[in-house]
Write a protein that binds this ligand. Structure first.
Ligand code: C2E
Ligand code: MG
Ligand code: MG
Ligand code: MG
Length: 281
């Protein structure tokens, strides 16, 4: 149909956009309700130290289950939450739940676990974000050294001065910053290094190609070398099999995360792994 309209082929996008907009409004309405009714749940995925195969930290990953419909992927609703600004409140809920669970683990003897929390750019660049974080840390008396925030390259580099100020403040408190999905955005390590970040997470798209592509392997190896030279730790995301693990160990990757070790799990289920500490595969 669009073809028939010749040059006017942008028309093909009209129904798609309309549908998308309708969906957004629906999702937004439901998100507001979800905040009110406290419908969000955190799952946790272990991050493994590849040197000794011990769990170093868990990454908190938000889950939203809709009655009848099942789980809505964060990939679907986080962008809507960002656009509408609801991410600020949702992000606060995430930080609070994560700190509460971390405290809970501490009180039951699991003392040496770190917590990684995803931040959206819009969230950490809102006014008083630092204060919110400081208050919550105090409320749950969590050691800021146990917390790292994951931000994307684009989020870090956009409004660079604002990033620099907020990251600087939180960093001084002892919180660490990691660049998430590294390699998928537009930036360079050299540029990122002007921010106080302590590590990068190589995006899973590179990891899944490791076995088959010499180029991907070269890229990952290069990223690791450069990161180490800059004093950054490296986490590989999305490790799904032993072959990938062996390659990553061979090229000096520090940490790994992926279905090979564990899927993201509800709090109760991840606990048994934390108690066991060592990941057996
Ligand atoms: P992310 O931060 O890069 O998180 C890693 C994603 O990869 C998670 O998807 C995780 O379940 C998935 N994953 C882990 N290991 C494997 C593996 O071996 N294979 C494959 N194929 N996937 C694996 P999830 O939980 O669906 O989250 C998707 C994205 O949503 C996250 O990507 C993050 O960007 C965002 N997100 C999740 N929770 C939050 C949150 O609390 N706040 C914000 N702002 N964003 C969040
Ligand atoms: Mg992440
Ligand atoms: Mg990622
Ligand atoms: Mg991500």
């Amino acid at each position: 149909l669009a073809k028939e309209n010749g040059k006017n082929d942008f028309q093909i996008f009209m129904p798609f956009l309309l549908l998308k907009n309708l969906n957004k409004i629906e999702i937004e309405k439901n998100l507001r309700k979800a905040i009110e009714n406290d419908e969000f749940v955190l799952y946790y995925q272990p991050v493994v130290n590849l040197e000794n195969m011990e769990i170093h930290s868990v990454e908190a990953l938000i889950r939203w289950f809709l009655a009848q419909k099942g789980m809505v992927s964060p990939l679907e609703f986080i962008p809507v939450a960002e656009e509408s600004g609801l991410i600020v409140r949702i992000g606060e809920v995430v930080i609070e739940k994560a700190l509460k669970d971390l405290k809970d683990w501490e009180q039951r003897g699991i003392n040496d676990i770190h917590m990684a929390i995803n931040l959206s750019a819009r969230q950490f660049k809102t006014k008083y974000f630092e204060n919110t974080v400081a208050k919550l840390l105090e409320k749950y008396s969590v050691d800021p050294f146990k917390i790292s925030f994951e931000i994307t390259e684009t989020g870090a580099v956009e409004n660079f001065d604002v990033s620099l100020k907020i990251l600087g403040f939180l960093c001084q408190m002892g919180i660490k910053f990691l660049i998430d999905d590294f390699g998928t955005g537009y930036s360079s390590l050299v540029y990122l290094k002007r921010l106080p970040i302590s590590g990068i997470k190589i995006d899973k798209s590179f990891i899944s190609e490791l076995e088959f592509s010499k180029e991907s392997r070269a890229i990952v190896e290069g990223i690791i070398l450069m990161a180490h030279k800059l004093g950054l730790k490296v986490v590989a995301e999305g490790i799904e099999n032993k072959k990938e693990l062996e390659i990553l160990k061979g090229i000096g990757c520090d940490f790994g995360q992926g279905y090979l070790f564990s899927k993201p799990l509800p709090k109760d289920e991840v606990e048994s792994l934390l108690l066991q500490k060592k990941i057996l595969i």
